[in-house]
Design a binder for this molecule. Structure first.
Ligand code: ZN
Length: 81
């Protein structure tokens, strides 16, 4: 059925949890910074089937999140879900 109906609520909740869990940017090198997280990054991008599950989310600074969105040529392969 409609998996989309509850997506917004789950996302909002998990986003808040992630920002609390990851108070600083978790984007790995080459970005590699310790700036305060203001956004949430999908480790496996949504367009690659990544979910809004907490295990697929990490805190990111704005620059890191935008940089990743511009340059995501491949999946991260070091992730253990
Ligand atoms: Zn960053």
């Amino acid at each position: 059925m409609s998996r989309h109906s509850a997506k917004g609520a789950v996302w909002e909740r998990n986003r808040a949890i992630t920002l609390t869990r990851d108070p600083t940017c978790q984007i790995p090198d080459p970005h590699d910074c310790t700036v305060t997280s203001t956004e949430v990054d999908h480790i496996i991008p949504r367009r690659h089937g990544g979910s809004n599950d907490l295990r697929n989310l990490r805190g990111a600074c704005r620059n890191g999140n935008q940089a990743r969105n511009r340059t995501t040529p491949r999946l991260d392969t070091h992730i253990t879900l």
